[in-house]
Design a protein around this ligand. Structure first.
Ligand SMILES: *Cc1c(COP(=O)(O)O)cnc(C)c1O
Length: 355
């Protein structure tokens, strides 16, 4: 048995892996593989339609928003967002909550001006800044809902006088959100939606077309909306597997049900981190992420030994990001609660042995 706590690309349900492998061998009635069919066939158009429908249904996307399935990862959105929304000479407001937020800021600065409204950098991003003002004259406010590397998550979003753009790469579909509170949401698929290779964008239609910059076609949201996410060859297999995964999520009771499980899984692990004298959490308690649980050892010299113990038990992907150290257990939707139990057992056995 292996227990994959990797931060991304991450675990998907076993049944999704099985269905995906089947479709590689035979997808449509003529016996073609999903890897060789034309994206212009009615069979594949049905896949795109169902994926978009599932996104809308699972997140309760209101009318007036378009759902796009693009490429280039969340990282391409770092530049596509300002290119489409930030006019020359104008500024955008950004919340600095870590590495990904910084990469978004860096790209936006190429296109226009950036005002960083708040940052938790001086505490190595171990909390989410709360008291800040979003300027009225900003083109938009950009935030990162879950900070995959540091294990912080925004459990509340600020009231904003300007459109809100959010990078939800690592917690989309893990909890209920009110899409109407956001004007543009984007997410690389590989943390909760599907395999790497497809990027989800949910954009309010009225947000677009307001600036007159010339935008290269592949970077223009409007072109992709008009093309139904088929302006060019879409990532056929990644979209197909995402559809399977979203079907799985729907069959489990949707986002509402998975949120309950995600709360249970993360609380079970945080309780052990707080109880076990060998371990401690790295983040402000009220900002702790349910997706990426970061923790270290009271005595860092023991970390190698604990990691060895977990590896012997089939636990994979537990090593923390190099900028935080220690451990990071990523508890995405498809991670069964039994995996969390195996990890907590290992922590308890370690403490018992070392006492
Ligand atoms: C993983 C991640 C990214 C980068 O996604 P890519 O699809 O690799 O570009 C961006 N933002 C967040 C919050 C992430 O977790």
């Amino acid at each position: 048995m292996t227990y994959n706590f990797g931060a991304g690309p991450c675990i998907l349900p076993q049944e999704v892996f099985k269905q995906a492998s089947q479709a590689v061998l035979e997808f449509n009635p003529t016996g073609l593989s999903i890897l060789e069919i034309s994206h212009r066939t009615p069979e594949f158009e049905a896949v795109v339609d169902e994926t978009v429908r599932l996104v809308k249904e699972l997140l309760d996307v209101p009318a007036g928003y378009s759902v796009l399935l693009l490429q280039g990862g969340a990282s391409l959105q770092f530049c596509m967002v300002p290119m489409n929304l930030l006019a020359d000479g104008h500024k955008a407001a950004y919340l600095d909550t870590g590495v990904w937020a910084n990469k978004a800021i860096k790209e936006a600065k190429i296109i226009g001006n950036v005002e960083v409204v708040a940052s938790s950098k001086d505490k190595n991003y171990t909390f989410i800044p709360k008291d800040y003002t979003i300027p009225q004259d900003a083109a938009y406010f950009h935030c990162t809902s879950n900070n995959t590397i540091y294990g912080t998550e925004m459990h509340h979003f600020p009231k904003s006088p300007v459109p809100v753009v959010c990078d939800m790469s690592s917690d989309i579909f893990s909890r209920k959100i009110n899409v109407a509170d956001f004007d543009l949401i984007y997410a690389g698929a590989q943390k909760n939606m599907g395999p790497a290779g497809v990027t989800l964008v949910i954009v309010k239609d009225e947000l677009l077309g307001k600036i007159d910059r010339k935008i290269p076609s592949m970077l223009d949201y409007k072109i992709h909306i008009d093309g139904g996410s088929m302006y060019n060859t879409p990532p056929v297999f990644s979209i197909y597997v995402s559809m399977l995964n979203l079907r799985w999520l729907k069959s489990k009771g949707g986002v509402e049900q998975i949120e309950i499980e995600n709360i249970d899984k993360s609380e079970y692990l945080y309780r052990e981190i707080d109880r076990n004298p060998f371990f401690k959490g790295t983040c402000a308690v009220e900002d702790r992420s349910r997706m990426n649980v970061c923790f270290v050892m009271e005595n860092p010299e023991l970390e190698k030994e604990f990691l060895k113990l977990t590896e012997d038990r089939g636990i994979i992907g537990l090593k923390g990001h190099r900028s935080v150290g220690g451990f990071r257990a990523s508890l995405y939707n498809a991670l069964p609660s039994t995996s969390v139990h195996v990890l907590v057992d290992a922590m308890q056995d370690f403490a018992e042995k070392r006492r």
